[in-house]
Write a protein that binds this ligand. Structure first.
Ligand code: GAP
Length: 520
């Protein structure tokens, strides 16, 4: 099965098992907006909790806040979002479909890269162990030609984007004969800028000055509270402020399920440092954030850094942690060294001094900022796209299993009486009551034990506790593990501890805590 089919199956699976539903589905849904179902909300909470505790609980110099979604409209003028939070859009006149001009060109560039990769793969197979990759890339006529084209097109595209040259973007699309995937034609409108912020009116009288925006990022709520937190929390630089919450963007092209949504949740942390120290802290956070991902046990090859060569005007370093989604490596998290751009802009627009007083050196300055920013929904998709597996078992049967990292799994334990009689359901209920205050449990007595195991595999439950005759006689249960399908016998007096060791978040936090400080 190819990745595209697997991804389609994952989307259906999310709906079938109550992870994610299209928003307002009985009215045929709303594009790029999704609701989290009964299991989805638990997984989402667990991811958020893992992030929050790693940031706020493990770092004594990071505190959390929860700022309002609505903010004073000048915030977005100062941050640059009113003037520059735009995407270049283009319409196909035949299909009437709208696209992002930059995405059309980037996909075209990717196609050229794919051709190069294909040539290399073919040659690698043909020559086997004697294959010299570098030599082939440098000398194969077709590869050299593709590479030259790719480089010159890349340079032209980057220049057009940097200079905001919309006519040039259209020229690239037309000259490269990039067609609309629906109509197959190259009949395009001009490229126009489109602001991604949703606006609405506050109060009962609507005029220009009442226009406010749904926040397109949570970060600005942190910047405008810098002074409040610094003063009331008696914070000392370097210190951080963390926040999770909804953000809204009127994405032109919202595709790939919950990868790009119009309403989504972010988990952001702004770390305020002394000017001059920022690149050292940037490296620190770059490493810490990757360790956070890897501590989940998802193999290393799913992650890579993408260091930005072209930096935004306010940044002096930026990298993405990319994840190998079923549709390729894509940004999962951004780590940016944003200099003093945001605080200085708010200082200028608000007229309030946003400075830190360094008592040791008797000096005041506007701190520099390192930002870590990750989409909660995107992280959800990363976890599920790794977790979703259609497995052939040794006995020839198949199972769908969600290999969700144990600490994130929505339901930690299934409680399964072997049969629905002989006092087993009653004993199972007792065990359920004992475990419920500590773990999310699910009780199931319907169907054969094999079918019940499959149902739990499909929702990613790490452990199934089976209650049988031995339980009634000796207080011993069987604990079956999702990934290995191996079973252990555990005495009831040990059960809580046994489960805790497997599924609790604390041992992972303990591991992560070893990294805090060592990169700085
Ligand atoms: N404050 C910086 C900021 O917002 P960003 O790269 O625009 O930077 C940060 O967004 C993260 O938010 C991304 O890495 C991604 O995980 C997530 N994100 C951004 N737009 C999103 C969308 N439309 N849907 C889902 N997640 C999104």
């Amino acid at each position: 099965m190819n990745q595209e089919e697997l991804f389609k199956n994952l989307i259906s699976h999310c709906k079938e098992y109550g992870f994610i539903f299209p928003s307002s589905e009985i009215y045929d849904g709303l594009a790029a907006v999704y609701d989290y179902g009964q299991l989805g909300v638990l997984l989402k909470n667990n991811i958020r909790d893992y992030w929050w505790r790693s940031m706020v609980q493990l770092h004594e110099n990071i505190v959390g806040i929860d700022a309002a979604i609505f903010m004073h409209p000048t915030v977005w003028k100062a941050s640059g979002h009113v003037d520059a939070f735009n995407d270049p859009l283009i319409d196909n006149k035949d299909s009437k479909k709208r696209y992002r001009a930059d995405q059309l060109i980037e996909e075209h560039l990717q196609k050229i890269q794919d051709k190069i990769d294909k040539e290399i793969d073919k040659a690698a197979k043909r020559f086997g162990e004697t294959f010299n990759r570098q030599l082939f890339i440098e000398t194969n006529a077709r590869v050299v030609e593709y590479k030259q084209k790719l480089n010159s097109l890349h340079a032209r595209y980057n220049k057009a984007m940097n200079e905001n040259n919309l006519a040039e973007l259209k020229a690239i699309i037309e000259e490269e004969k990039i067609v609309c995937p629906i109509s197959g034609t190259c009949n395009w409108t001009d490229v126009r800028q489109f602001n991604l912020m949703f606006s609405t009116q506050i109060g009962s009288v609507s005029n220009e000055s009442d226009t406010i925006y749904l926040r397109p990022e949570t970060a600005q709520g942190i910047f405008v509270n810098f002074l409040n937190v610094y003063k009331t929390g008696r914070m000392k630089v370097p210190f951080g402020i963390a926040q999770t919450g909804k953000a809204f963007r009127n994405e032109i092209v919202a595709r790939q399920f919950i990868f790009r949504m119009r309403e989504f949740e972010q988990m952001e942390m702004q770390f305020f440092v002394k000017p001059g120290d920022e690149l050292q802290w940037f490296d620190y956070w770059k490493k810490i954030r990757l360790e956070w991902h890897k501590a989940l046990g998802i193999p290393d090859e799913y992650y890579r850094y993408h260091d930005h060569e072209k930096l935004a005007h306010y940044a002096n370093a930026a990298t993405d942690i990319e994840f190998r989604f079923p549709f390729g490596f894509k940004e999962l998290e951004g780590i940016h060294s944003r200099t003093d751009f945001d605080l200085s802009a708010h200082q200028q627009y608000s007229g309030k001094k946003l400075q830190y007083f360094d008592a040791e050196n008797n000096e005041s300055y506007v701190p520099y900022v390192i930002e870590t920013s990750i989409g909660l929904d995107r992280m959800f998709l990363a976890v599920l796209s790794y977790a979703y597996n259609e497995e052939k078992l040794n006995d020839g049967t198949q199972r769908i299993v969600l290999r969700i990292p144990y600490i994130l799994a929505p339901i930690k334990v299934a409680i399964l009486p072997l049969v629905k009689r002989d006092g087993m359901p009653e004993k199972a209920s007792e065990i359920m009551k004992m475990l419920q205050p500590y773990f999310y449990c699910q009780y199931d007595e319907k169907d054969t034990i094999g079918r019940r195991y499959r149902r739990q595999d499909a929702i990613g439950t790490p452990l199934c506790v089976t209650i049988d005759q031995v339980t009634l006689e000796q207080d011993i249960v069987t604990v079956r593990h999702r990934d290995t399908m191996k079973q252990d016998n555990v005495h009831l007096s040990e059960l809580k501890n046994y489960i805790y060791q497997m599924v609790a978040i604390e041992p992972t936090l303990e591991k992560l805590n070893q990294y805090a400080g060592i990169f700085a």
